[in-house]
Design a protein around this ligand. Structure first.
Ligand SMILES: [Zn+2]
Length: 358
């Protein structure tokens, strides 16, 4: 221990590595209409709101975030601001997601088409300095006229996009709901899948035979959309509630296959998805068969590895960033302990002010 270090006395706590959320949207305000709300703000207002959202995550122990869709590449500014502001968690950013003209989240400004079009879109993001390329491989729920079950790009376009990104040293993560988009994304060589819900127009597909083996063989990480905070008046829509048993069965099979499962909450997209929602996902990880230790690993060490940060995040070790969460009790016996936060340290700085022993 360095001689000038402060000694902090926190009896009865368990120390955990800071939590890692692999899929958030800092620019979405967790209101009933985040895209509409975004349109009413200028860039400065959006940036300020993004910093508030990031700080809210940090106070819940989420010390690393991956932003998978902003406007005007503003999340890169939050990433930069965090270097000088210890109240901000570390941010990885995809910037503006790549989608098709009129496709899912096209209002964010990332439409591209054709093999040359998607390659150019990847190069633009590389020049901007993104950490990862996000592609909307299927439609999504937030965009009118978009069908989650339908693929948006051809297999050829997806292959070109991944090829260009990997050539430039960037990983690719694919938003993929429907089975065809999931299969095409895996075949194209993406590094991870977001959602992987196998949604059809009115239900949920079986996972195609052999696909989980292929996902395992290629080392594709599965960033499952878990975690929610109940909010009065914002229940899950019935068409989603009816899909739940099959979604849980599929995710249980994914976990049993040995696939690398992490949690991307999609924080910001709805009132039940505030930016500090990640700790609530432990309950959902238990529902798909994870022990408390495995579930904690999925939102700490494994998530850090999937994000390429395994050499400095996700563990409490000498030489690692001191992102530390102190909770009352033992989360290995009582997962709800994750919500009883006594202290959060972001890169060694205390967000809260626990007693310091003189
Ligand atoms: Zn998202």
């Amino acid at each position: 221990m360095p001689e000038d270090a402060d000694v902090v006395d926190l009896p009865g706590v368990t120390l955990l590595p800071g939590l890692v959320d692999t899929h958030v949207h800092l620019a979405f305000d967790a209101s009933p209409d985040p895209i509409g709300a975004l349109a009413t703000r200028d860039a400065a207002e959006t940036f300020a709101a993004m910093c508030v959202a990031a700080r809210r995550a940090a106070r819940a122990g989420v010390t690393t975030l991956r932003d998978l869709g902003d406007v005007d590449y503003l999340a890169l500014g939050v990433r930069a601001a965090a270097r000088a502001d210890w109240t901000l968690p570390d941010v990885l950013a995809a910037g503006v997601p790549i989608t098709t003209p009129g496709g899912h989240c096209h209002v964010l400004g990332g439409a591209a088409s054709g093999v040359e079009g998607v390659r150019a879109a990847v190069r633009e993001r590389h020049e901007r300095g993104v950490d990862v390329v996000k592609v909307m491989a299927s439609g999504g729920n937030m965009t009118a006229g978009s069908r989650p079950e339908a693929p948006q790009f051809t297999a050829e376009e997806l292959r070109a996009l991944v090829d260009e990104a990997h050539r430039l040293g960037l990983p690719v993560t694919a938003h993929a709901h429907g089975t065809a988009a999931i299969v095409d994304s895996v075949a194209s060589g993406v590094d991870s899948l977001e959602h992987a819900s196998f949604m059809t127009a009115d239900a949920v597909d079986d996972i195609p035979h052999g696909l989980l083996d292929e996902i395992q063989r290629r080392g594709v990480a599965l960033s499952l959309t878990l975690g929610l905070k109940p909010v009065e008046g914002f229940a899950m829509p019935p068409e989603m509630a009816s899909r739940r048993p099959k979604l849980i069965a599929n995710a249980t099979a994914m976990r049993a296959s040995g696939a690398r499962i992490v949690v991307g909450t999609d924080a910001g997209i709805a009132p039940i998805k505030p930016h500090d929602v990640l700790p609530t996902a432990l309950v959902h990880l238990a529902q798909i068969g994870m022990s408390p230790a495995e579930a904690l690993h999925a939102i700490t060490g494994r998530a850090a590895e999937v994000l390429g940060l395994g050499d400095r995040k996700g563990k409490i070790l000498p030489g690692y960033d001191a992102d530390i969460l102190a909770v009352d009790g033992d989360p290995l016996r009582d997962p709800a302990a994750i919500h009883r936060i006594r202290a959060v340290y972001v890169r060694g700085a205390a967000l809260t002010a626990p007693a310091i022993r003189p």
